[in-house]
Design a protein around this ligand. Structure first.
Ligand code: PXL
Length: 274
């Protein structure tokens, strides 16, 4: 369940989140940093957008200029150094292009988890529709792993995942866009008590059945899963090991989810403090 912790005073393993800020603290950068910290990983940040949101939804967002996103990445990666990164909300095509260009220049060999965030759980858009192509053509080919949810799968490769066969078809189509691995979540498939995620490397299908946790509070679940996978990759785990680890972590975070405000509460990594 946990990753090796650093000794006090020793420099921890570092991971970077390239993502948006959630003013409500449940998702985005705030969720990523919480998971990184509670797994003993030093989290670094390239902020892409500042959302104005609470538990009821996203009221709007302010985009960070692409050059500022790129500069955050560059100064951190060339000084502090990172062993893995993840992307979340990227907002626009110019931001995605700046991230991809910088990644190719300074981090080409670092494991990268791309969580292709398109909308909030309330359906509020977090990515301009015109940016889908940049995601597919610029960022996916750089990814070690992509982790779309089923709505994102539909937008990206036009597959409705309703059963195991369509889940495999989605994995094949996502993999064809260039990432080394594609994870197709089974979280929204309602046919069984377990949720089975499918991981594909272009050759073999790997299945990850996990206990389904029914909670009304799952804000930040996708972010937390991708962040925990990036932490395990930063520690040198293989992709299959890192996904297995991430599934265990998000299951515990879902069990610990709590109500917040008048709407949806977040998944919680805080269980780790007990
Ligand atoms: O959970 C996806 C997500 C990612 N990043 C930010 C968000 C959300 C969902 O609301 O606000 C900033």
């Amino acid at each position: 369940m946990f990753l090796p912790l650093p000794e006090p005073g020793a420099t921890p393993v570092r991971a970077m989140t390239i993502a948006g800020s959630d003013s409500g603290g449940g998702a985005g950068i705030q969720a990523d940093m919480r998971t990184m910290a509670l797994l003993g990983v030093h989290g670094c940040v390239a902020v892409t957008a500042v959302t104005i949101q609470n538990s009821l939804g996203v009221k709007g967002f302010h985009e960070i200029p692409p050059a500022v996103v790129a500069a955050q990445m560059e100064v951190v990666i060339t000084d502090i150094g990172i062993q893995a990164a993840k992307t979340g909300m990227l907002a626009s095509a110019p931001i995605i292009e700046a991230i991809a260009e910088t990644w190719r220049e300074v981090a080409a060999d670092v494991p990268l988890v791309v969580d292709p965030v398109c909308a909030s759980m309330h359906g509020d858009p977090l990515l301009h529709p015109s940016a889908l192509d940049a995601l597919r053509t610029q960022l996916f080919p750089l990814a070690t792993l992509v982790t779309p949810n089923l709505d994102e799968v539909r937008l990206l490769v036009d597959v409705d995942v309703v059963d195991e066969e369509s889940q495999r078809e989605a994995a094949r189509k996502l993999h064809a866009l260039g990432p080394q691995w594609a994870l197709v979540k089974g979280g929204h498939l309602r046919s069984s008590d377990t949720s089975t995620d499918l991981l594909f490397d272009g050759t073999e299908f790997h299945y990850f059945p996990v206990e389904r946790v029914d909670t009304g509070h799952d804000h930040g679940a996708g972010d937390t899963l991708a962040a925990s996978i990036s932490c395990a990759l930063a520690h040198g785990y293989s992709v299959t090991e890192a996904v297995a680890f991430g599934k265990r972590w998000i299951t515990e975070c879902l069990k610990a989810a709590y109500p917040l405000g008048q709407g949806h509460g977040p998944v919680s990594a805080l269980f780790r403090l007990r």
